[in-house]
Design a protein around this ligand. Structure first.
Ligand code: ADP
Ligand code: 5GP
Length: 201
């Protein structure tokens, strides 16, 4: 099961995910490629694969991406190899991507669950973005401007979670994932396997 998470920059996606990953070992973060520079504390291959423009160009030409998009004046993409690697390992991959990427990935994987994380208010979103202290003023303005268009796309998602408190938002996301794991359409073959005498649990 693929889980697609989107929401404006600074809304708290990474913070919520960190908590979830520590609680659910079936979930695994899909590490994207990006042309943006690493922030202090970010490690190549953990938060992102940090690549230059030429490398990103080559990957686009080679068809290496399941989806990619221009976001905040940089490029970000999900490699097919990353999705395959996580699925082969029996993981439920989690994607932290923008709304364009979410649409494209959902087209490629229609069973993917799409969750949009909303901030409690625009004022709190700005305070969080500034409080994180990772972007300069121009990039903060770009991200706040883009936030409005992103928020307008929220109704296209399957679920909305408001990140007022990290604990509550993480609990809601966890409940969504737990519920989705029980969706009957994900187990088309189970009744037949049970009827043929197999033990399925
Ligand atoms: P995103 O991944 O969506 O860009 P982050 O997870 O980096 O956002 O969060 C942005 C900032 O807001 C971080 O400094 C984080 O500690 C803070 N933050 C996240 N969730 C909350 C919350 N519920 N209340 C207060 N601050 C939060
Ligand atoms: P940041 O620079 O704050 O890490 O991420 C900026 C934005 O890029 C976020 O909205 C994030 O979800 C999005 N993003 C990260 N990885 C990808 C990706 O692989 N594809 C797409 N389309 N967007 C991504």
């Amino acid at each position: 099961m693929l889980i697609i998470l989107a929401g404006p920059s600074g809304t708290g996606k990474s913070t919520i995910l960190k908590k979830l990953f520590s609680e659910d070992e079936r979930l695994a973060f899909s590490v994207s490629h990006t042309t943006r520079p690493p922030r202090d504390g970010e490690v190549d291959g953990r938060e992102y694969h940090f690549v230059d423009d030429a490398t990103f160009d080559r990957m686009v030409e080679d068809g290496a991406f399941a989806e990619w998009a221009h976001v905040h004046r940089r490029r970000y993409g999900t490699s097919r190899a990353e999705v395959d690697r996580l699925l082969t390992a029996g993981k439920d991959p989690v994607f932290d991507i923008d709304v364009v990427g979410a649409d494209n990935l959902h087209r490629a994987y229609p069973d993917a669950v799409r969750v949009f994380i909303l901030p409690p208010s625009l004022a709190k979103l700005e305070a969080r973005l500034r409080g994180r202290g990772t972007e300069g003023e121009a990039m903060i303005q770009t991200r706040l401007a883009n936030a409005k268009a992103e928020i307008a796309a929220a109704p296209r998602f399957d679920y909305l979670v408001i990140n007022q408190s990290v604990d509550e938002a993480a609990a809601s996301l966890s409940a969504i994932i737990r519920g989705e794991r029980h969706r009957a359409s994900r187990y088309d073959d189970l009744p037949q396997r049970l009827l043929s005498g197999e033990e399925i649990a």
